[in-house]
Structure formats: structure tokens, C-alpha cells
Write a protein of this length. Structure first.
Length: 105
């Protein structure tokens, strides 16, 4: 958040009421980095994100699951030709503008 932006009063009040739950919505620097690498409308796998962000595949997968739980990514299961399921992810509508404003400081 840049210095000119103000915190919404309702958000500030909610944070005061349940500070122990802030980690459920706050994004880490790595999560922000992951979101910045996804183009609006693009479908990506954890393997692609691992390569783009120089992360292990398991860590990228974990981050993507966390971002899905926090409602930043949509998680879409796809059957693999060799068996099993692979998940592809898309940034949910409206989340790119939030990420851009968060990363612009």
C-alpha cells in the first residue's frame, strides 16, 4: 500500500476484532510475486509458477493452494493423460488490480 492510500475503516475495525486471523487474508511477498507472474485470463500450473519464480515444485504447489483458499486463485482439476489429476489455476476476476496496487510501492 502506498502512503497516499487509506485503510478502509471497516477493514481496520475487523482487523482489531480478530487480529489472530489476519494471516488468513494477508499475502506474503512470495504469494504476491506468484500472483504478479500470472497474466489476466492465463491458466497456469504449479510447475510453470515454480519455473517462473525460481521455486521448488512442491513449494509452488503449496503457495497456489494457499492462494486458492484465500480466494485469489481459481483451482481447476484436469485429468492427465498418464493418469492422475493436475490442477491449473487462474487469478479470480478483480484480483489483478488489487495485486497491482499492492505491488506498486
Amino acid at each position: 500500500m502506498n502512503k497516499k492510500q487509506t485503510v478502509d475503516l471497516k477493514l481496520a475495525e475487523a482487523a482489531r476484532r480478530v487480529p489472530e486471523q489476519l494471516h488468513l487474508v494477508r499475502l506474503s511477498k512470495t504469494q504476491l510475486k506468484v500472483l504478479k507472474t500470472i497474466v489476466p485470463g492465463e491458466k497456469v500450473t504449479a510447475d510453470q509458477i515454480a519455473s517462473r519464480c525460481d521455486l521448488s515444485k512442491s513449494w509452488a504447489s503449496n503457495l497456489m493452494k494457499q492462494l486458492n483458499i484465500k480466494f485469489y486463485l481459481e483451482r481447476i482439476p484436469q485429468n492427465r493423460r498418464v493418469g492422475g489429476v493436475e490442477y491449473v489455476y487462474m487469478v479470480k476476476q478483480g484480483k489483478h488490480s488489487y495485486v497491482a496496487s499492492t505491488c506498486s510501492n
